[in-house]
Write a protein that binds this ligand. Structure first.
Ligand code: PHE
Length: 333
């Protein structure tokens, strides 16, 4: 009995040896004692039975307490090396669309533009009417616009120009604002189009703002974003809210303008729409069009990010596959 109580073990093997010695079903001490018990005269049975039982309890208790103290020493000293380096913390990465949005807004912030945002669920006034869209303009068509609860006055914004209307409502010129946001159009999803995408628009209104200011601002942006060698060209275009309007191409940053399969051999890539704010839009929003002029521009973030990172399928931006997202870890955010 005292041998059991005083027994000490420092390894798992020693404890196992001890267990086998006493508790083994084949030839352990306790099995042997139980066998002897059968031959003991009846008057001694009671006393011996109690002794065997308390020995069994003592052995089991001993094994449990030895195991416990072994676990304790292992976790504080033993087999664990406390000086070993910890598990590496995996860094996440910003989504490529956020990276590009931040890079673009940073360039305009340095020019004094201030970020404004607005609601995704809008009304007809802010998305169309205040922007000089004629009543029957095709962009209001059910095919392009998502309406909510079949109420033609509650809709998902189709462009971030609606933010500019909200800025004009709340601020007096001079206005210099840059407006990033998510927009919605009822389009079939493909490698080149999605029903949800992101835009950044800009608006500058002051006295004597000219088309030359617009062109110089966009040239500065293109050089900052795509590199100092970048050239731009403007092609006449049409938007209801700008007059004159233009579409802007940048020289292809991949082939340097020589022509490759990204720019389809033209040397140019279309990146944005722009123009001088139509005087009607200024007047509709309470700004004196005799005193003030302004320019506006708008671009799709997905498209610019595709050009910047060589991504050829727009759907990749929305699937959030970590194998895709992981590749943007090293990009300066
Ligand atoms: N809002 C236009 C669009 O969604 C882009 C644009 C903005 C064009 C500002 C000109 C001026 O296509």
């Amino acid at each position: 009995m005292s041998e059991v109580e005083n027994y000490s073990a420092t390894t798992a093997e020693q404890i196992e040896e001890f267990r086998i010695r006493f508790l083994s079903k084949k030839n352990g001490e306790l099995v042997r004692l139980f066998n002897e018990f059968k031959n003991v005269p009846a008057e001694q049975k009671k006393e011996l039975g109690q002794k065997i039982n308390s020995l069994k309890i003592a052995v089991t208790d001993k094994i449990n307490s030895l195991k416990e103290s072994l676990e304790e020493t292992e976790s504080t000293t033993g087999e664990f090396d406390l000086t070993a380096p910890g598990d590496a913390i995996k860094l996440g990465s910003r989504h490529p669309l956020s990276i590009v949005r931040n890079q673009i807004t940073d360039i305009f912030k340095r020019l004094g533009f201030v970020i404004s945002e607005g609601p995704e669920i809008e009304d007809d006034w802010h998305v169309f009417s205040a922007l000089n869209f004629a009543e029957e303009h095709p962009a209001r068509d059910m095919q392009d616009t998502f309406f909510i609860e079949s109420n033609p006055d509650v809709l998902l914004r189709t462009h971030t120009s609606s933010i500019q209307i909200r800025v004009m409502e709340n601020q007096k010129p001079p206005i210099r604002t840059i407006n990033p946001g998510r927009v919605f159009r009822n389009e079939a999803i493909s490698a080149r189009a999605h029903c949800i995408f992101h835009q950044i628009e800009g608006l500058y209104i002051d006295e004597n703002v000219s088309f030359a200011d617009l062109k110089q601002t966009l040239l500065h942006f293109a050089k900052e974003f795509f590199g100092p060698e970048t050239k731009i060209r403007l092609r006449p275009s049409y938007f209801p809210f700008t007059e004159p309007s233009a579409e802007v191409d940048v020289s292809c940053s991949l082939c340097g303008g020589k022509g490759c399969n990204v720019c389809k051999g033209t040397g140019w890539l279309e990146i944005l729409g722009c123009g001088m704010v139509d005087p009607n839009v200024l007047e509709l929003n309470g700004i004196d069009s005799k005193k003030y002029t302004g320019f506006a521009f708008g671009m799709g973030i997905e498209r610019i990010a595709m050009l910047k990172f060589g991504v050829n399928d727009l759907r990749l931006y929305f699937e959030n596959d970590v194998r895709f997202l992981d590749q943007f870890k090293s990009v300066i955010q």
